[in-house]
Design a binder for this molecule. Structure first.
Ligand code: ADP
Length: 660
């Protein structure tokens, strides 16, 4: 027996001793090796005229024997000579070995998940097998050799008693014994029996090796109905028989490698539905191919509706990552930004190493480059949908818009370009969803802010007096009903409008920033000079009244003033500073015990309203009680108009009665 070299031993040791969760990949590794061996042979026959291939069928075969507990993976590829068996299987030959050595040195061989990170190739068979036997005949040779090992100390290589009929390799894994049944209350250990079943192996092939270029075949048992005998009685029940058939398990040509023009949308839809387990067809299919220093195919999908767990902690974003048709990672999170977490799909590049590790993914330059162009493609497709299929886009936005808003908020506005232009808001004036760009394009001369209001219902917001006032001035107001809206606007602060070219009415508008203004904020500067003057006059004339009212309201308000932006309401509440009323409401729903910030409220009175005259009269008559009653009522009803609840509903009801 020959001894394994040190590195191999360490790796094998780790594999045997760690209960590795992803041992399913052993088949993928062996199938990939088999596929490579077939490729090498095809390549040689192309370049070397002495190596002419017959018209044999190049294929990978999988078989299992339940009683002997063996799985056999065979290929009729290039095979290995005695020396090659020694060289390739006696040491860690694969490209991940350097990284493995490093990781192993760092962890001193502890129980770590390094096996899954490196894709350890042939040796992964020892995760499931207690003995591995490799019988190989190299192409052009008439000698067959057998390599055998239990994965512990060493291996043997011997000449086979019988020659393999053709070139190629058979790998026979004798599976480990089933773990003992668990004691009461203990969780059962996962066993190996699933690998000794047709469905178990089929599942592994379709999951990990579905798009391997060469056919992966297995004898499968099928059932068929026997013909009905002529003399069958009336109550004859159909009879069945089992039969065996060689079936190709993998689909071979990956749909993402086909040219867009060659694929029907219905094929994409089917692929999407079966791969991502969705009932509905995707809203958008994005196939693309990048060539150059980095070569890859990608096929992305925007789902037709949001998965139920999209906004939960358990949701995992990511694209499937393939290298030359072999699945490396089911959900590579680094390939999509969080705000596009809903996108599903596949990226396949021969340039990505099979042995790529999770850590190096983040630092991997190729992957970062792919992630950048994936993001660009998604953005471009969403823009196209927005501009050319608004109905579909509105539905999309309904499903996924919230995440995009979070993208702006979470990046503190850094991602506002291009994300802001993907947002849609309800226009109070046009009564439909519009973009910021559309809002800006429809602005009258002289408007220099984008107005919005936030709250829980569009209907209520559209009836707010201040909203009516702004609309009456000819300015549109965006009615925003999602909790994240105002936070998004705060992160953006301004909307950067691009210059409008062309000869439309709005052409010639320069590129510039517009402030985003909540119409309920106190610094809304909409009043005409006369209105401002009137407000100032009222404030100074009735200074005593305002002070008295502020006294009555105590710490509920910062101050009471004459409204500069008059509405048809007698009073309204505005806020000073960064926290609006709506924001206060949203934040108050935060985790219990968290002190939510309070808005700084200002009660604005409409000096032109008959109610104001009543206040003046009460003060002049020195009726302190009535003044207090009026102050409370005005404050409470202004809160109600803003969609907030009054602090003390009982007191409010009593006040109304007292008034009547
Ligand atoms: P890797 O595939 O990353 O190189 P492995 O440990 O899986 O590493 O395999 C080591 C080498 O053994 C391969 O590079 C290949 O040369 C050889 N090999 C493995 N399986 C086969 C096979 N089925 N046919 C021919 N050669 C094989």
């Amino acid at each position: 027996m020959k001894e394994f070299r040190t590195e191999s031993k360490k790796l094998l040791d780790l594999m045997a001793n760690s209960i590795y969760t992803n041992r399913d990949i052993f088949l993928r590794e062996l199938v990939s090796n088999a596929s490579d061996a077939i490729d090498k042979l095809s390549f040689q026959s192309l370049t070397d005229s002495s190596a002419k291939l017959g018209d044999e069928d190049l294929e990978i075969r999988i078989a299992f024997d339940k009683d002997a507990r063996t799985i056999t993976i065979s290929d009729n590829g290039i095979g290995m000579t005695e020396d090659e068996l020694e060289e390739n299987l006696g040491t860690i030959a694969h490209s991940g070995s350097e990284q493995f050595k490093e990781a192993n040195a760092q962890t001193q061989g502890g129980e770590v998940d390094i096996i899954g990170q490196f894709g350890v190739g042939f040796y992964s068979s020892f995760m499931v097998a207690k003995k591995v036997c490799v019988t190989s005949r190299a192409f052009g040779s008439d000698e067959t050799y057998v390599w055998e090992s239990d994965g512990a100390e060493g291996y043997t290589i011997e000449r086979a008693d019988q020659n393999r009929p053709t070139h190629g390799t058979d790998i026979v894994l004798t599976l480990r014994d089933e773990p003992e049944a668990p004691a009461d209350g203990e969780e059962a250990e996962a066993g190996f029996d699933t690998y000794l079943s047709e469905w178990g192996l089929r599942d592994l092939v379709t999951r990990y090796s579905n798009y391997v270029r060469h056919p992966i075949r297995m004898m499968v048992t099928k059932s068929r109905q026997l013909p009905k005998p002529e003399d069958a009685p009336e109550d004859y029940t159909p009879q069945y028989e089992d039969y065996e058939e060689l079936e190709t398990l993998n689909s071979m040509t990956p749909i993402w490698r086909k040219r867009k023009q060659e694929v029907e949308q219905s094929d994409y839809d089917e692929f999407y539905k079966s791969t991502f387990h969705d009932w509905d067809a995707p809203a958008r299919t994005i196939p693309f191919h990048v060539e150059g220093t980095l070569d890859y195919h990608a096929l992305l999908f925007v789902p037709g509706r949001a998965p139920f767990d999209l906004y939960s902690k358990d949701y995992q974003k990511g694209l499937a990552l393939y290298s030359s048709n072999v699945l490396i990672m089911e959900k590579c999170a680094d390939l999509v930004p969080d705000y596009y977490n809903f996108v599903r799909g596949v990226v396949d590049s021969p340039d990505v190493s099979l042995n790529i590790s999770r850590e190096t993914l983040q630092q991997n330059r190729q992957l970062r480059a792919m992630a950048r162009s994936v993001e660009r493609q998604i953005t471009r497709n969403l823009q196209d949908m927005r501009d050319n299929d608004r109905e579909a886009y509105e539905k999309f936005f309904d499903n996924f818009g919230r995440g995009i808003k979070f993208g702006i908020y979470n990046s503190y506005g850094a991602k506002a370009d291009p994300l802001a232009d993907l947002l849609l808001f309800w226009s109070a004036r046009d009564e439909k969803m519009i973009t910021f760009a559309e809002y800006v394009a429809a602005m009258p001369e002289g408007q220099d802010a984008i107005y919005f209001v936030t709250g829980d219902s569009r209907d209520r917001l559209s009836k707010m007096p201040i909203v009516r006032t702004v609309l009456d001035k000819g300015f549109d107001v965006l009615l925003c009903t999602q909790d994240v809206d105002e936070f998004t606007f705060q992160a953006m602060r301004t909307y950067h409008a691009k210059a409008v070219a062309g000869d439309s009415q709005k052409a010639g508008r320069d590129e510039r920033d517009y402030d985003l203004k909540n119409v309920t904020s106190g610094d809304l500067d909409l009043a005409t000079d006369e209105e401002k003057e009137a407000a100032e006059k009222a404030t100074s004339e009735h200074e005593g009244l305002f002070t008295a009212l502020a006294d009555k309201l105590g710490d509920k308000v910062e101050k009471v003033v004459a409204a500069a932006n008059p509405t048809d309401a007698p009073a309204r509440i505005t806020t000073e500073g960064p926290v609006s009323l709506e924001m206060e409401r949203v934040l108050a729903q935060g985790p219990e015990g968290m002190e939510a910030p309070h808005s700084r409220r200002v009660l604005e009175l409409n000096a032109g309203h008959p109610v104001f005259d009543k206040l003046v009269a009460a003060q002049e008559a020195g009726d302190d009680e009535k003044l207090g009653l009026y102050a409370s009522l005005l404050y409470d009803q202004a809160l109600l108009v803003e969609g907030l609840s009054v602090d003390d509903p009982v007191a409010f009801a009593q006040n109304v009665c007292a008034l009547m």
